[in-house]
Design a binder for this molecule. Structure first.
Ligand code: LLP
Length: 414
């Protein structure tokens, strides 16, 4: 489902021309489509229907307006901090459908998660297991846990977003997992319920997912042989998305079917933690061309958006499509789309063939995931507003920051 379509050379989101949204709310601006988010979520929910639970990865887009849409659909959530947990609760999410991932959970975070009754902790080290046991002990509780196993599988994605290899900090080496499960089963305040893994993000081939799955199923069988019964299998993040038209994609239904056929007679519930594939294609970053600047080698379009608003191009050399909100006729040129920040890496796109003029507004496509959540105030730039579009209606789900927000937590010395 693509909510972004040209009609009479105007780029629309659902039933609204994006130029109207920009005129009303200014630029730079994140704009999301409710329909696209809900359709993507239903894709997972339908595929997993009788087999398990969707736990949306909050880190991809944690706006409470977005979380609220998903909570209303009955989604679970994957969180990595108490901040994300509070967002989920504020947005009306059900704590009993929350899984808590991440390598560095602090005592207060563990306590709060136990207090509200999350589904489980995805445990990433022996030291963390012991800490959870202690905290649960002080609360006279049993903490539900799943051990995040590092299956040593190459996800063949960008090295910065690959997580399932021995050299990555994540999870517990699959070769020592059995010992750790035996320890977990012996601890008074731990209730072992699951096995978890996450091998990386933006994965465009099903093979690494299935390799990891085979290794986990073999582990689950060995554990059963030792009397440790696993109830759920959490396969981590979702499938990769299309940023470029010819980019391969994993079919979700095929993937889930292949998982289910491999589960065989095992009584296991599935959990998936998709983030990117729920929100990436549902959002754009709108940015206005402030100046055009040309030398004998390069054409630069200097825009009002920058790496502090969307860091994926500079951090991962990520390619995201650029579309003018109004298509012009005329000769196209090759443009680098750059921001006003004083860094050479401050670009949103390079080498794009476009017909543009000063004052035009561009949409940086597929910016709904890891866009606003990775934004900063670098160069004292207020963070931009976020708008959720529903048909012809717009909702401001985050207002634009003002200067007072920038210094709200700073003090002059006495
Ligand atoms: N579960 C865990 C434990 C994760 O670490 C992640 C993502 C997810 C689920 C969600 O994965 P997804 O469905 O989004 O692929 N900032 C980077 C992506 C970092 C992903 C980190 N972990 C980017 O912009 O490409």
């Amino acid at each position: 489902m693509n909510p972004f379509q040209y009609r009479d050379n105007e780029l629309y989101i659902e039933e609204l021309p994006l130029t109207e949204v920009a005129a009303q709310h200014g630029t730079p601006l994140y704009v999301y489509s409710r329909q696209a988010i809900e359709t993507a979520w239903h894709g997972y929910a339908d595929a997993l229907k009788d087999h398990g639970m969707v736990c949306y990865a909050v880190k991809a887009n944690s706006n409470i307006g977005v979380l609220n849409l998903l909570a209303r659909l009955g989604s679970g959530f994957d969180i990595v901090s108490v901040g994300e947990l509070e967002r989920v609760l504020t947005a009306g999410g059900d704590p009993s459908k929350v899984v808590f991932s991440g390598v560095g959970k602090q005592v207060d975070e563990i306590r709060r998660a136990l207090e509200v009754g999350i589904h489980c902790f995805n445990v990433e080290s022996v030291a963390e297991l012991q800490r959870i046991n202690e905290v649960a002990g002080t609360m006279d509780m049993q903490a539900p846990v799943s051990i995040r196993v590092n299956p040593d599988v190459d996800a063949k994605t960008h090295p910065y977003i690959s997580t399932g290899l021995k050299q990555n900090k994540f999870g517990i080496d699959i070769n020592s997992a059995e010992q750790v499960y035996a320890l977990a089963a012996s601890l008074a305040h731990i209730n072992v319920i699951g096995v978890d893994c996450h091998i990386g993000s933006q994965i465009t081939d099903v093979t690494p997912f299935l390799d990891a799955l085979d290794r986990l199923l073999a582990l689950i069988d060995r554990l059963a042989g030792k009397g440790i019964q696993i109830r759920h299998l959490d396969l981590g993040g979702g499938v990769g998305v299309q940023y470029q038209q010819d980019e391969p994609v994993v079919s979700l239904t095929d993937y889930v079917q292949q998982i289910v056929s491999r589960l065989g007679a095992r009584a296991l519930t599935l959990i998936m933690e998709p983030g990117r594939s729920i929100v990436a294609n549902a959002g754009v970053l709108l940015t206005r061309v402030e100046y055009l600047k040309q030398n004998d080698e390069h054409n630069f379009a200097i825009v009002d958006g920058a790496m502090n608003d969307l860091i994926r191009p500079s951090l991962y050399q990520a390619w995201q499509d650029v579309k003018p909100l109004q298509l012009r006729t005329g000769t196209s040129h090759t443009w680098d789309i750059v921001g006003p920040i004083c860094e050479t890496t401050d670009f949103l796109a390079k080498g794009r063939q476009l017909v543009i003029e000063q004052g035009d507004i561009l949409a940086i496509m597929d910016s709904g995931a890891y866009g606003f959540t990775m934004a900063s105030n670098y160069n004292s730039r207020p963070r931009v507003a976020e708008i959720l579009v529903d048909g012809q209606q717009t909702h401001v789900v985050r207002r634009r920051e003002i200067f007072a927000d920038l210094i709200a937590h700073e003090y002059l010395i006495e």
